[in-house]
Write a protein that binds this ligand. Sequence first.
Ligand SMILES: *Cc1c(COP(=O)(O)O)cnc(C)c1O
Length: 571
Amino acid sequence: MVNNLTTNGNKGKIAYFSMEIGLDPGMPTYSGGLGILAGDTIRAAADRRINLVGVSLLYRKGYFYQRLDSAGKQIEEPVIWSTDDFLVEMPQRVNVQIEKRTVQIRCWKYEVKGFSGHVIPVYFLDTDLKENAEQDRQLTDSLYGGDKAYRLCQEIILGIGGVRMLDALRYDGIQKYHMNEGHASLLTVELLDRQLTESSAKKITPKILATVRQKCVFTTHTPVEAGHDKFDMKLVKSILGTHPAFNIPKVVCCDESLNMTYLALSLSDYVNGVAKKHGEVSRNMFAPYVIDSITNGVHAATWVSESFAQLYDEHIPGWREDNFSLRYALGLKSEDVWAAHRAEKLRLLEYINRETNCGMDLDHFTLGFARRATSYKRADLLLDDPDRLVEIADKFGALQVIYAGKAHPNDAKGKELIVHIFEICKKLRGKIKLVYLPNYDIELGQLLTAGVDVWLNTPQPPMEASGTSGMKAALNGVPSFSILDGWWIEGCIENVTGWAIGMEPEKEIAESTRESDADDLYDKLETVVMPTYYQNREQFLSIMLHAIALNGSFFNTHRMMDQYIVKAYSS
Ligand SMILES: *Cc1c(COP(=O)(O)O)cnc(C)c1O
């Protein structure tokens, strides 16, 4: 079976559905972690010669371009990009019904090539056709824009339209439909309908359910309530109509509302969370469903910076094809690693100084924090006691802090968070160099995760399902200093691969408070992290080497993809 998944036939055996996929820095088809993970998954599948095909939506207006005014207020602008620069239009057309209107869908192909030349096609669905009503032409414009009705329409296009499009493209041997988050759950409804037709059954039988389940894999990505789509049943009826699946007692989801997570849970044969801890949290949230975990990774060749790629090419040949070989990084000379790090830090600081005129210094200890601006990620935890932070900076000479991250267009609290950081930034002027860079995207992510000295993450546990930016940092020898949540519970070996902030995860969550987390952060920054950087460079370098060797070699999508093949795709 495993061989079967990786044979050289040109037909997809695994159909991977995701609301967002980040493949090219020039294509604004992703918003953040979920989309980057999807892109890295597909790149790893290409490297591993897996017969996979990707399905997503084409966002003509993209996920927004973020401007920040002088007070830190976020201004969202559509991204103008030219689809034909990246994608090839396919001739196939399929239809879905939306509010009794027929909506025609076309798709655009993007090809991802693995290191050995294996190609994975990704199809972006698009309703901007003159045959469609004006409102339907806009259904694939914006990622996470619009209201509930707009989102439901998009999920009909992705789930139902996506399955039909793969049929039209003649992918007839698909063994698994992988739902990357619940946005794609409606594909199960289409698969049920198909089974009903094929078996000429009048109603959904246990056998039909079993047949569909056997084909479905579901990955859940967040414990945050808002991340699980629910649609009022009235809205569902008016837009999608009724479906016998919605009435099966205890099987599907749906009393007052259609819950996309439950739809996927009840119709998938294999379900997983994205880190060990997240698997556990998800099992508690969704008992009695059986939920496994496969810890996320990143695509090493995509996230290793130029200087480190050169170093690895010289000393660890084959690391791109075989990420596990990064374990040999322990044998690298520390002065070579330091030189590569300084080159990447210089690249980042030159960019920042050019863009912001804030005069960051190559010799000064630099912390990086970049992720979606939203309450539970607590970007401003570091700034809870600005006076204390200044004291610590003064004690060692200097501290520089670099922030970036977009707030979701509807997340008012997330937007306030950015404004708050701007305010403190002004207060600290002349004492600590602190910048918030606008428009965090793939390219800025590459610069930041390779160019800072230490990568900071301070989420409210247990909300961080996995987190992946610290894995990108590790591949570039940048250690993490983070709350023990998500992947860091698995990745942190204290003083060996980085440092933990706050309580051990076994302790009651209630025991750790924002205050105690901030205290611990300041204490450790003052007594461990900064002294190591400024006064014990050999020790700091040893931690950099272990970040690469222990974490870079493991928290990558090659290892992750291998686990999906064994656990999710081969049953
Ligand atoms: C890696 C990445 C993310 C996800 O990082 P997390 O640590 O999971 O928050 C989001 N946005 C961009 C641009 C990235 O490169």
